[in-house]
Design a protein around this ligand. Structure first.
Ligand code: UT7
Length: 323
């Protein structure tokens, strides 16, 4: 009998989706006490895409998934795992993953589930799917990060409403005999709920993000600094082995700090925060898809994906680009 090949996973195709409606900083400044200049200077954000009435996380997730499926050249029937990272599911249940499975007509009864790690969600989902494939429990996974943060934003809270956007990004992850996903590293520290959380307001006024932005900012810079070190060290890499940094798009100043840590010039960093704002679990796969489609990311490149978010959660993925 032939010995089983060691299984690895590789990204076979990417996709993304943004709602059509664009809201500029100037439009926000008409409604709350802020300005385009302040938002650009403190965050790098110029605009965000927001859903319209009736548009849900699963709609964006499906649109991104269809692009990823087309780009990878697979037949949807081959998908044997669906993982959706989201903090803003359409419903409490069924999961967005089950809704996606139904909407895409994947009738092969493969497992489908959501995973919640807020802005780090896509890195967590990618790591989970990679482990399913390495364990031989899946061969072709649809991994999606999708969020409609506008539904849990208090649009009168100027301290964080200016940050959020809606969107989705997806990848098809396939089993391969050479590693595309070289490594993933995940962390969480649950002690900081007071700094960043969303839940029912004590006054019963619905669920909205509450954040002590400055403290979160400092924690994010520090932990992303640490995860860069950890990822390079544990994988025997030097800073200049990384071709592209694909960071979570929370704030241009956080992204610049991570690039500086890597000694990377900003033209090797994928930046979409100016156009997309912070789309939570969608931000990393949206940035990835952007740079794949415009031809910046090429076969043989080594990518460092990283994210930090509520929980706190943070993580990285080291990817060899194979397509
Ligand atoms: O993705 C999940 C993780 N989240 C993040 O990584 C976000 C991390 N945090 C941030 O990106 C930044 O902290 C913010 C962009 C949210 C805020 O920027 P900051 O430079 O940390 O500002 P700050 O909170 O220290 O506030 C500075 C000043 C304050 O006024 P005073 O007290 O100095 O008079 C705020 O009241 O800016 C004021 N301010 C605003 N002014 C105009 C706060 N929000 C606004 C606003 N427009 N929207």
């Amino acid at each position: 009998m032939q010995p089983e090949l060691t299984l690895f996973s590789t990204i076979a195709g990417t996709g993304s989706a943004l709602p059509e409606r664009i809201v500029t900083n100037h439009e926000l400044a008409e409604r709350i006490d802020t300005s385009h200049e302040w938002i650009v200077e403190r965050t790098g954000i110029h605009q965000r895409h927001l859903v319209s009435e009736g548009q849900n996380t699963s709609d964006l997730a499906c649109a991104a998934a269809l692009q990823a499926i087309a780009a990878s050249g697979i037949d949807a029937v081959e998908i044997d795992l669906v993982v959706v990272a989201t903090t803003t599911p359409d419903l409490v249940f069924p999961s967005v993953a089950c809704l996606v499975q139904q909407k895409l007509g994947i009738v092969n009864r493969c497992p489908a589930f959501d995973l919640q790690a807020v802005c780090s969600g896509f890195i967590y989902a990618l790591s989970t799917a990679d482990n399913f494939i390495r364990a031989g429990q899946a061969r072709c996974a649809l991994v999606i990060g999708a969020d409609v943060m506008s539904r849990i934003t208090d649009w009168n809270d100027r301290s964080n409403c200016i940050l959020w956007g809606d969107g989705a990004g997806a990848v098809v992850l396939r089993a391969s005999d050479t590693p595309g996903v070289l490594a993933t590293h995940l962390h969480a520290d649950g002690r900081y709920r007071d700094l960043l959380h969303a839940g029912s307001a004590p006054d019963g006024g619905g669920c909205a993000v509450r954040m002590q932005g400055n403290a979160v900012f400092r924690f994010a810079v520090r932990t992303l600094d640490e995860i860069v070190d950890e990822t390079l060290e544990k994988n025997g890499l030097q800073k200049d082995d990384i071709t592209w940094l694909v960071p979570h798009q929370a704030n241009i100043r956080i992204i610049e700090a991570t690039a500086k840590k890597l000694g990377m010039s900003m033209d090797k960093v994928v930046v979409t925060v100016d156009r997309h704002a912070n789309t939570s679990a969608a931000s990393v796969p949206l940035a990835l898809d952007t740079a794949v489609r415009d031809g910046r990311i090429k076969k043989g490149d080594t990518l460092l994906l990283e994210a930090f978010g509520g929980g706190f959660t943070w993580g990285s993925a080291l990817i060899k680009w194979m397509v």
